[in-house]
Write a new protein. Sequence first.
Length: 94
Amino acid sequence: MPKVLNMKTDQIPPDAIYCGRPSKWGNPFKIGMIYQGRKLTRVDAVEAHRDWFLYSDEGIKLQQNLPKLRGHDLVGWCAPLPCHIDVLLELANK
């Protein structure tokens, strides 16, 4: 079963795919940035990414590449904390 791995703390298999910044999969919403009039928490940034990925023109274009992520471990910097890569893993493997 594919999982989200942390670049700093996990052993990264050769077929894992990096999905953090600055890759095309990176979350444009950063913790602490002001978005819609408020400072984003980690959970807010993940939720904003989900909405952006599902409903924005740019996110919808990226969705065409989701099959490339299917079945692979995905790598970033947040795991085991909530992360936009959790969203990508869920959508790629449903």
